[in-house]
Design a protein around this ligand. Structure first.
Ligand code: AGP
Length: 608
């Protein structure tokens, strides 16, 4: 959580820092601040609230400086106030620091500093850092040495950038929180994520845990904490700045929903050939998984729902597979052997719960694969192998296009695993590949013809929204409910359709709108469950293929959100999910919710 940016080089830093912070706002948005060097020492401006509020303050009194740092916060220690906003400084304003992560030993460090006479102005864990640096500077250390000595004292997770009065340079490091370096002819950026500086450069160095970076206008140096040089290559990212902008849409979420046909074409490019029935997955040629005996998926939130879909594909083909909520897995890992493959599904590649689960699996000797959207992310680098979903940058806190790309990527990966494990080279692969080749076009049809907005209007004001489905529809209804609750703040729950009668049916009244998802398999049983809720007076919205052909579904449903007939339940689930994304979006929009920045949430959850 939290986003940090730093910038050094020719020209003024402030506008570029603000652009960077706006591009990072998805990581936190309860307060923001910058510090720039303008001769005497860092000038700090910070405010509670969104970055637009910081901009208003800066418009009135704009500091100048070519070197600066910035931060957008998602509170972990102390409420979102001006005092708790970053950057934090020492008592004399010599040192300014921005930090993403948690300093776990801050209580002990703070107590020691207080005993030595330091006074603190915030509740944050971060504030100990500039105070420690100040002590080392007072002892005669150079800024770089003071920074290194301070970092040696920290435990926990952090990405830190520091500015000091003495030098026109930035000092930065990471451990457990992301930090990337952007380079452009005499200008350098450090940030939590690439979109922060994509407007200025696409040349990137992905830093590793323990790297210490010093940048000034003349260049950059990357070393380990002891000062030994480390070699990190420069990579050019193929995202363009428009991909990270809103392109005229009112919200990133709506833009990203509409980008799904393009995202899926990218996901599928070169990987699926319906004519030959062949799957080509970069680092995973046939035979890669021949030794695998079982598969465990670890993931959180939307990615967990995609993982459930992946586990379904494997169990259907007779490969033992299970999806785990990563935080539970990290607490109590499932038993595994050296032949267990652990697949971490994470859009960002930085989710702390997923990384913790992954590390438990690695320590137990499992082979690991990351399925992620972010090249250079921690998950991609810590796993034995990585498979990228290629959805392009996703800014909206509510994951949309990455879910579709995850499900499609996992369906290909799981078919490859199943082929290797069972030795059955064909199976039902061709049917999947045919449905996937039509998917971008089918999805465009859903986007063009959806009546989700009318449905959202019709059922606005319900007491609760339930989502039910079976088999391949089950992950979809969990995801539909998550999307609905996180952006509308209305009560929404997803249930296995058959489970409803074992308890949740007690909650169903005429004021409970029930969304029932049909994917072409087990539809009759789901229809029985629909009849059960209708008997209690609940309105039912069916999400189903070609309503005309499904006369019985259309007869019982109060409304139908139609999807093209794919003849493949897994692929039908992706289309049904898009209808539910649109319903959630329009319901939240009608309620005037801040759709891209839902309360209490952040895009990348880097705390456990
Ligand atoms: C989904 O809309 C949420 N933003 C959230 O559940 C998210 O999917 C979860 O935090 C996992 O994130 P990851 O894919 O980056 O690991």
């Amino acid at each position: 959580m939290c986003g940090i940016i730093a910038r050094v080089g020719s020209g003024d830093a402030v506008q570029e820092l603000l652009t960077g912070l706006e591009n990072l706002e998805y990581r936190g948005y309860d307060s923001a601040g910058i510090a720039v060097k303008n001769g005497d020492g860092p000038t700090v401006v910070k405010r509670q609230g969104q970055i637009s509020q910081l901009r208003d303050v800066l418009d009135e009194d704009l500091p100048a400086g070519a070197v600066g740092i910035g931060h957008t916060r998602w509170s972990t220690h102390g409420p979102p106030t001006d005092e708790n906003a970053h950057p934090h400084t020492d008592e004399h304003g010599r040192v300014a620091v921005v930090h993403n992560g948690i300093i776990e030993n801050y209580n002990e460090l703070r107590a020691g500093l207080q005993e030595r006479g330091h006074e603190f102005t915030s509740d944050t864990d971060t504030e100990v850092i500039p105070h420690l640096v100040e002590e080392y500077l007072d002892e005669g250390h150079s800024p770089e040495s003071a920074f290194r000595e301070t970092v040696r004292k920290l435990s926990g997770s952090y990405a830190i950038a520091m500015l000091v009065a003495e030098e026109d340079a930035i000092y930065a490091t990471r451990r457990g929180s992301p930090l990337v370096l952007g380079l452009k002819e005499g200008k350098y950026f450090l940030a939590s994520d690439v979109p922060a500086f994509l407007d200025f450069t696409d040349d990137v160095v992905y830093l590793d845990d323990g790297d210490v970076v010093v940048v000034d206008a003349d260049g950059h140096a990357i070393t380990d904490l002891a000062g030994n040089p480390v070699d990190r290559s420069v990579q050019t990212v193929d995202w363009n700045p428009e991909d990270a902008g809103k392109s005229g849409y009112e919200h990133y979420m709506l833009k990203e929903i509409n980008e799904q046909p393009t995202a899926l074409r990218q996901t599928l490019r070169g990987r699926a050939d319906p004519l030959t029935g062949e799957i080509t997955l970069e680092d995973f040629p046939p035979g890669t998984f021949a030794d695998v005996e079982s598969v465990q998926f670890v993931a959180c939130g939307t990615s967990y729902h995609a993982a459930l879909a992946g586990a379904n594909v494997l169990t259907e083909r007779g490969v033992p597979a299970q999806a785990f909520i990563a935080s539970e897995y990290a607490t109590a890992p499932a038993p595994l052997t050296g032949e267990t493959l652990v697949v971490a599904v994470t859009q960002s590649g930085e989710t702390a719960d997923t990384l913790a689960a992954l590390r438990r699996a690695t320590a137990a000797g499992a082979r690991t694969v990351a399925v992620t959207n972010v090249v250079g992310s921690t998950a991609a680098r810590e796993c034995d192998d990585a498979l990228f979903i290629r959805a392009g940058p996703e800014i909206g806190v509510a994951a949309t296009k990455t879910f579709s790309s995850q499900v499609v990527t996992l369906s290909l990966l799981c078919k490859r695993i199943a082929q290797d494990v069972t030795g059955d080279s064909n199976g039902d692969v061709r049917q999947l590949l045919e449905a996937l080749s039509e998917l971008p076009g089918d999805l465009q049809q859903v986007l063009d013809e959806s009546t989700a907005r009318e449905v959202a209007e019709e059922y606005a004001g319900s007491d609760a929204y339930f989502f039910i489905g079976r088999g391949s529809a089950y992950p979809v209804v969990l995801e539909g409910a998550l999307k609905f609750k996180e952006i509308s703040y209305e009560h929404a729950e997803g249930f296995a359709a058959g489970e409803l009668k074992h308890g949740p049916l007690a909650l169903v009244t005429p004021e409970t709108t029930v969304f029932a998802v049909f994917t072409g398999r087990n539809d009759e049983k789901t229809l029985s469950n629909v009849k059960e809720v209708q008997a209690r007076g609940a309105p039912v919205v069916a999400v189903a293929a070609d309503a005309d052909a499904n006369d019985e579904i259309a007869e019982f449903a109060d409304a139908v959100l139609s999807i093209p007939d794919t003849h493949h339940p897994g692929v039908a689930g992706v289309l049904a999910n898009v209808q539910l994304q649109l319903v959630a979006y329009h319901a939240a929009n009608l309620l005037g919710r801040p759709i891209d920045k839902p309360r209490n949430l952040a895009k990348s959850v880097t705390v456990e």
